[in-house]
Design a protein around this ligand. Structure first.
Ligand code: PLP
Length: 394
């Protein structure tokens, strides 16, 4: 990869050291240009008129996302964030009393809460898959649990918000498909970071966001729904974009995945998402994934040499999200200290409330999270480690 070019494309990289890519990554210039350029046109031309001017570019966003995850353009819905994209799929599933949903200990609380809500409202049953010795979903346990005919859905994140293992999603998908069950994948931390191919994974639905490893703008995301499934799912919410009013008594829901969208959206951000996907594709997802893993591995090795620091990541395969604790400092204090460095260093804090099951199981109230992207460098990692060595005690 041409790292110099990657950094030259990233205005923020000259200003600070950004290790909060799992929160929101730094946008590259082409993304910024797509967004600000369109806002200018909206200001000078009018919002609807500017959108009409970009009709083809807006259409191309679906094709670009399709190329990114190996899906058809009509299997994609552009939705304001990963949570709402996931909700649109999950709440549309015809889950009935007694139906079982299988999830992982690494599940995001934003998805876990809806499971509990449907448990209360519809009487579904939630079961949490046990982990194997690496801390990832135990495949033999999944296989056994899938034998229960009441299982309707397997739903989990490929990478948790607090790092941890990269789940073996292709094996999970193969087992789930073989059992004839649905698979909803939260790829929020995976898309843009690692190759995600819905055909290879075999997931029926996938939710993702724009601002994290994809490096797009905030307030954007997307949903994939497999073509064969799409028309069988009736979205919980409909509007005049997702459906048409045919007569005063009848309406028809559109055929493609855009039935999960609604009409009004942030057009500039949608164009920004398209630019981010094109940018990621031009860099190559596989080389980016290799570099992210290499940087993360270097960071873990370096962190392990800092007195007081414990690296907390589990998994046979680990991602670019590196988590650790410091026995002399809480994560908030550590985050603030790093932000005060000469060249500001951004890390974040992941609290138990975001991934409660996993954090409780490991007895962790919080972890510091340093999430690396391909545009980060070894020198930046050394600067982080150097600053941590000088961290004042409590
Ligand atoms: C694993 C995972 N899923 C879902 C989400 C929610 O994404 P969004 O904030 O775009 O709705 C996050 C955000 O941190 C996440 O890490």
């Amino acid at each position: 990869m041409d790292i110099e070019q990657l950094r030259a494309d990233t205005p923020g990289a000259a200003e600070l050291i950004h290790f909060n890519n799992a929160g929101a990554a730094l946008m590259p210039q082409p993304v910024l240009d797509a967004i600000t350029g369109h806002l200018q046109r909206e200001a000078c031309l009018g919002g609807y008129e500017a959108a009409a001017e970009q009709a083809q570019a807006l259409e191309n966003v679906y094709g670009a996302i399709g190329r990114l995850i190996n899906a058809r353009a009509d299997e994609i819905a552009v939705i304001e964030n990963a949570t709402r994209a996931w909700d649109m799929a999950f709440y549309s599933l015809p889950l009935r009393p007694g139906d079982v949903v299988l999830t992982s200990t690494t599940e995001y609380a934003g998805n876990y809460i809806p499971y509990l809500q449907l448990q209360r409202q519809r009487g579904i049953e939630l079961r949490v898959l046990p982990n194997d010795e690496h801390g990832q979903v135990c495949l033999s346990a999944l296989k056994t649990l899938l034998d229960d005919e009441r299982v309707a859905l397997v739903s989990l994140p490929v990478i948790a918000t607090n790092g941890g293992p990269v789940q073996p999603i292709e094996q999970i998908g193969a087992l789930t498909r073989a059992a004839g069950k649905l698979f909803l994948l939260d790829a929020c931390q995976g898309v843009g970071q690692m190759p995600i191919d819905v055909k290879k994974i075999g997931c029926h639905m996938l939710a993702a966001t724009s601002r994290k490893y994809l490096r797009g703008p905030r307030g954007m995301g997307f949903l994939y729904v497999e073509h064969a499934l799409c028309q069988t799912l009736e979205p919980t919410f409909l509007d005049l974009h997702a459906a048409s009013l045919l007569t005063p008594e009848t309406f028809a829901i559109r055929d493609d995945a855009r039935r999960f969208e609604n009409w009004e959206c942030n057009v500039a951000a949608k164009l920004g998402l398209g630019a981010a996907v094109e940018y990621a594709l031009a860099q190559g997802i596989e080389p980016m994934w290799q570099r992210i893993q290499q940087l993360a591995s270097h960071l873990r090795t370096q962190l392990a040499t800092v007195p007081g620091v414990t690296v907390q990541d589990l998994g046979a395969l680990k991602s670019g999200i590196v988590t650790f604790t410091h026995h002399q400092s809480d994560a908030t204090q550590l985050q603030q200290w790093l932000a005060q460095q000469a060249r500001r260093i951004n890390v974040s804090t992941s609290r138990a409330g975001s991934t409660l099951l996993d954090m409780q199981q490991r007895g962790l109230p919080e972890v510091s999270r340093a999430s690396v992207h391909a545009y980060n460098t070894h020198a930046e990692i050394d600067a982080l480690v150097h600053a941590l060595r000088r961290l004042p005690g409590r």
